[in-house]
Design a protein around this ligand. Structure first.
Ligand SMILES: Cc1cc2nc3c(=O)[nH]c(=O)nc-3n(C[C@H](O)[C@H](O)[C@H](O)COP(=O)(O)OP(=O)(O)OC[C@H]3O[C@@H](n4cnc5c(N)ncnc54)[C@H](O)[C@@H]3O)c2cc1C
Length: 455
């Protein structure tokens, strides 16, 4: 953290030049960050977004995580708003695929038609799992859509800017310092939104956090796969398929049963594997080792399926994702820490500002306890590790971003602290933007009687 009493109006923080100032600074251009930036800009704020890489999207593009899920509670679509704009824009390009309404149910026929798109409800134990509203998309289309939305909303985009330090004065965040090729640069803002996924800003600013860890995955794609033949083999020769598939999973050493999924580009499949335990997603040494191990393992699988799995005979290796797939590292310990019981039991909160699937996220889970004018959104939000594991999909991270952007604008409009923003007002703006803030609990929500009793 940089504790600075400098007068920033002289254009420096210490000896670091101030290169940008805006109402809101968003650090991290992943799914949550871009959504937060767009949401804040649409609500009247000037916004700067900082990203360490050359692209926007984070896990959803560079990490090649290519299905939007956790958007439904049964038949009810519960994550909407800016995520819909991503879907519609990519769909227009033919780069997003989703099952039509009439196909969204459980049957063997629908399973065979849709499961290789990854659009089934994987939380249901009973097979065949129901086909639900979920979206398979292309990573470059995600990057283009992110850039388009940033440009259209007049957001100041600064790529190749690695966050290095939070600028904090008397417990209030005033901006951030980035390391760039041109040296260190300061970016000042009245509100900072941390969407780095690893809590880099909040941690540097002195917020409380916990350390999480889970498997990391070097996602990769194969081209020239005859997916019709691969599926014919799967369904017409189930025993032979099970044997080859078991061996494939053994060879890669860590993969879900559905380790390959279709993408909008015919013949190109994404492989959500190998899963590798024991790596710390913020350790340079571990992330470097993961690149070696991930590639070694993916090549073994590649050679095996070319030789043994019908449909993969002519497959080509398109390559690994630009970013290793990190699911969990540091997580905020905020005003409220969402528990696994809250998620599993679908607990409703009066200050719910967004939701995913059947769970609700209170505004307090986006706010650090100590630092003022800082808010977080995305996979590092304030939750127990087991709660985060069940609630970190791309759409709910975006819903958090949309709510955080609104909260920032309300704090600035009303000239109040972020923690004093009325969650009911955030809910109203979320609704007006077409998003579901979770203010109207679904029939399967719990905790409502407790709230009524304590009222
Ligand atoms: C292998 C894998 C499979 C998954 N499968 C699915 C799935 O099928 N469906 C689904 O919906 N979700 C899935 N998830 C979860 C989901 O992808 C993530 O939880 C979600 O994308 C997180 O979004 P985010 O914006 O919070 O963080 P991220 O996507 O991690 O974005 C963080 C952004 O901040 C940037 N950044 C980080 N540090 C700095 C810094 N110091 N300075 C500047 N910029 C910085 C990063 O480059 C990145 O752009 C999966 C995750 C993984 C890893």
């Amino acid at each position: 953290m940089s504790e600075s009493k400098d007068n920033h109006s002289n254009g420096f923080v210490g000896d670091v030049p101030v290169v940008a100032k805006s109402d809101v600074v968003v650090v991290g251009g992943g799914a949550a960050g871009v959504t937060a930036a767009v949401s804040a800009a649409r609500n009247g704020c000037s916004v700067t977004i900082l990203e360490r890489y050359h692209h926007l999207g984070g896990m959803a593009s560079g990490g090649m995580v290519l299905v939007l899920d956790d958007m439904v509670n049964g038949k009810e679509i519960v994550v909407s708003g800016i995520v819909d704009e991503f879907v519609h824009r990519m769909e227009k390009e033919g780069m997003a695929v989703m099952p039509p309404l009439e196909d969204r149910y459980a049957s063997e026929e629908m399973w065979q038609k849709w499961s290789r798109w990854g659009v089934h409800d994987f939380h249901q134990a009973k097979k065949p799992q129901p086909i639900v509203y979920a979206v398979a998309f292309d990573p470059d289309a995600w990057k283009r859509t992110s850039l388009d939305l940033v440009r259209e909303n007049n957001i100041n985009l600064r790529l190749h800017s690695l966050f290095a330090d939070a600028i904090v004065e008397d417990g209030v965040i005033k901006g951030v310092i980035c390391q760039t090729k041109s040296g260190r640069q300061a970016i000042m803002g009245d509100v900072v939104i941390d969407t780095t996924g690893d809590l880099d800003v909040a941690c540097s600013a002195g917020a409380d956090f916990s350390q999480g860890q889970y498997i990391v995955t070097t996602v990769f794609r194969l081209a020239n796969v005859d997916t019709d033949e691969a599926q014919r083999f799967e369904y017409e020769e189930p025993e032979a398929f099970a044997k080859v598939n078991r061996q494939a999973r053994r060879i890669i050493g860590g993969a879900w049963e559905m380790w390959w999924l279709k993408t909008p580009i015919p013949g190109v499949v994404w492989c959500n594997c190998p899963h590798m335990p024991g790596y710390d997603g913020i350790s340079v040494e571990d992330l470097t080792r993961a690149e070696y191990e991930g590639r070694d393992r993916m090549m073994k699988l590649f050679h095996y399926v070319r030789e043994n799995m019908p449909g993969f005979e002519k497959a080509d290796m398109l390559g690994a994702a630009e970013q290793v797939g990190v699911r969990t590292t540091r997580m905020l310990r905020g005003e409220y820490v969402v528990t696994v019981d809250d998620v599993v039991n679908r607990r409703y909160f009066t200050d719910t500002v967004c939701r995913g699937r059947d769970y609700y996220t209170p505004y307090r889970a986006l706010l650090p306890t100590k630092v003022e004018q800082l808010i977080v959104a995305g996979r590092h939000y304030s939750a127990e590790p087991d709660a985060q594991k069940r609630s970190r999909e791309i759409p709910p991270c975006m819903a958090q971003g949309e709510a955080a952007g609104i909260a920032a604008s309300l704090a600035l409009q009303e000239n109040i602290l972020l923690r004093d923003v009325d969650a009911i007002k955030i809910q109203k703006v979320m609704r007006a933007q077409g998003a579901d803030p979770g203010d109207i609990p679904s029939a399967n929500a719990t905790g409502i009687e407790e709230l009524a009793a304590s009222a």
